[in-house]
Design a protein. Structure first.
Length: 609
């Protein structure tokens, strides 16, 4: 059977239109592989009652699966509700003749005791959304009455896939007889003890094809016996083959070649040679933008045979390359590597422990994941980290504050407010003044987003008083800048100008060039609102000059966008578009898709119909 893994939904608030576009882009080759074209198409249409079938998949697989597997914690109902709501939005984008098909690989997303959680999902599925579960004998859902008796489930095939039938065995053996020195009868006798198990039979025949003598095959039909034989065959190839497959087992997910190369300690030439070996390449499968060991049975067996000292060495190499990728993205101001941001904490946890996991997530991975919009991954890691720290601790307050930022990014302002208030309560109990100032600032942003400017002003002023008491100039500059934004929204432009100038003077005193550029930009917005185009342009250009000197691409993109706005108000749409294109190119380079989309909207609206 063909098994495809769950499509990612990095954020349940991601526009469903984008999901549909991704689904449609992926559809054609997948339809062919699943038999959704040609003579088989009508059977699929009859099965799902659909005119057009859109298999929904993608290169990244973890976010949605992690959502579903996270139901063991106290937010189970909220998680399921968010997932179903996302599917309902997707359903609304489909015509009455369309169906979106999620193909779910049981190997990764159906662990023991997951049948009840999946049953609850299937019961609430919108009618235009369908789930396909390719099954194998060892999948938990095969024998689950909880799951299999649900009227909403479509199973492919619609019966237990327990063993290969006799004809399938004969066809498979005939195929391999042409590629080995053994005849059909000898091969049938060789695999007879394996109870026609698909994984074991196929693995045994591949071993024979690679030159293993029949008498060297294990007589034991258990899965672990054939996995042991596969591992032994790998190890007979070379020390480099051992290193590569142990690295893949440690890395656990599909990884690009540069990561496999570094984690295994091999050079690129050796890596390619091993990946092209007829036997070894059959033990790997493509996943996302990289490769991994083709079956979890083999991967788990290899992992179980590595001693703890060697495991740590592999994990440390993985940490080093992932950490390097994140640091490089920060220095080059390019799109962060999502795999690195997601996987780094996992390797840190195993190699260095829980405290290091928490620190790595907070200080290295949170910001990149937030930038990428991988909000569900952020939530998952945050909640895990919270379980590793004391309830009343500084790290706990930081993690709750970060959760508030995530929920604010998703537009869930009530939940964001709840998280920031929890963080504030901890900081107050611990007397952490700096944390309290930060919490008040975050709450001010929440209230400002709601349009509750009175409360936003109150929060910023509370934070401002603490920063004044502590002499925290950086905090003062931030709070004055935020108050300037509030007063601008009030329409009190003189007061807004005053606040931004105060913030500017503080950052000048500290030599904080990034802050100076930001305040010039904010002053430009104030002057622009007054209709003082020349003064606004002057401020934007001052900010741009600093951002160019610093190489701050995001600041430059914002400055170009603002200058373009000034030219548009002057009636020079051609010049406005010139600046907006510069802004758009920088946002695309950094991978900031929402900002890029907004600027593209300006360009489109300014062009004549």
């Amino acid at each position: 059977s063909v098994c495809y893994q769950i499509t990612p939904i990095d954020d349940v608030n991601k526009t469903m239109e984008q999901i549909i576009i991704e689904a449609t882009d992926a559809a054609n080759p997948v339809k062919t592989k699943l038999g959704m074209t040609g003579a088989s198409k009508e059977k699929w249409q009859a099965l799902f009652g659909a005119g057009e079938l859109i298999p929904v998949l993608g290169p990244k697989i973890k976010a949605l699966g992690e959502l579903l597997l996270s139901w063991g914690n106290q937010t189970a109902g909220d998680t399921r509700k968010r997932f179903i709501e996302a599917l309902k939005k997707l359903s609304e984008c489909l015509s009455n003749e369309q169906r979106a098909i999620f193909i779910i690989d049981p190997e990764k997303w159906m662990p023991k005791d997951s049948d009840q959680a999946w049953r609850l999902v299937t019961e609430e599925l919108p009618s235009k959304i369908k789930l396909i579960f390719p099954q194998r004998p060892d999948d938990v859902l095969v024998t689950s009455d909880n799951f299999c008796l649900s009227d909403t489930v479509k199973r492919i095939p619609d019966r237990e896939l327990d063993i290969l039938d006799e004809q399938a065995i004969n066809d498979l053996v005939d195929k391999y007889a042409k590629m080995t020195k053994y005849n059909t009868r000898e091969l049938l006798n060789a695999v007879a003890c394996y109870n026609r198990h698909p994984y074991v039979v196929a693995a045994a025949l591949e071993l024979i094809k690679d030159g293993l003598e029949i008498q060297e095959l294990p007589n034991n039909p258990k899965l672990v016996a054939i996995a042991e034989a596969q591992r032994k065959r790998i190890f007979e190839k070379s020390d480099e083959a051992i290193a590569l497959f142990e690295a893949y087992a440690i890395l656990e997910v599909g990884v690009p070649d540069d990561i496999a190369e570094y984690a295994s300690g091999l050079n690129s030439t050796t890596l390619k040679r091993l990946q092209n070996n007829n036997y070894l390449k059959g033990l790997l499968r493509e996943e996302g933008e990289g490769k991994r060991i083709y079956h979890s049975i083999l991967a788990d067996y290899i992992l179980g045979q590595i001693n703890e000292t060697e495991k740590k060495q592999y994990h440390k190499r993985a940490i080093k390359i992932y950490r390097g990728k994140l640091k490089n993205a920060e220095e080059e101001q390019i799109k962060p590597d999502e795999l690195a941001a997601t996987r780094l904490p996992e390797h840190v946890l195993i190699a260095e422990g829980q405290d290091a996991f928490v620190s790595s997530f907070i200080n290295e991975c949170f910001s990149p994941l937030l930038t990428l919009g991988a909000l569900d991954t952020c939530i998952n890691l945050s909640e895990r980290a919270l379980k590793m720290v004391r309830e009343d601790s500084e790290d706990g307050a930081i993690l709750l504050g970060n959760l508030g930022v995530i929920y604010r990014s998703r537009g869930e302002l009530d939940k964001a407010e709840e998280m920031h208030k929890k963080a504030l309560a901890i900081d107050e109990r611990l007397g952490l003044q700096e944390g309290m100032a930060r919490d008040y600032g975050n709450l001010g942003v929440i209230y400002g987003s709601r349009g509750d400017l009175v409360k936003a002003e109150e929060m910023f002023n509370k934070g401002l008083k603490i920063d004044e008491k502590l002499g925290r100039l950086e905090g003062l500059a931030t709070k004055y800048g935020n108050l300037g934004i509030v007063y601008k929204k009030y329409g009190e432009l003189d007061k807004a100008e005053e606040m931004h100038k105060k913030a500017l003077e503080i950052d000048k005193r500290m030599g904080n060039q990034e802050g100076i550029a930001r305040h010039y930009s904010n002053l430009g917005v104030v002057y622009q609102t007054r209709g003082q185009w020349d003064k606004a342009e002057e401020m934007f250009n001052k900010g741009l000059a600093i951002d160019e000197k610093l190489g701050r691409l995001e600041g430059m993109a914002s400055d170009y966008g603002n200058i373009g706005g000034v030219y548009l108000m002057r009636g020079d749409s051609k010049k406005a578009e010139e600046y907006w294109i510069k802004s758009l190119d920088l946002y695309k380079k950094m991978g900031l898709s929402n900002e890029a989309k907004e600027v593209q909207g300006w360009i489109d609206s300014a062009r004549p119909n």
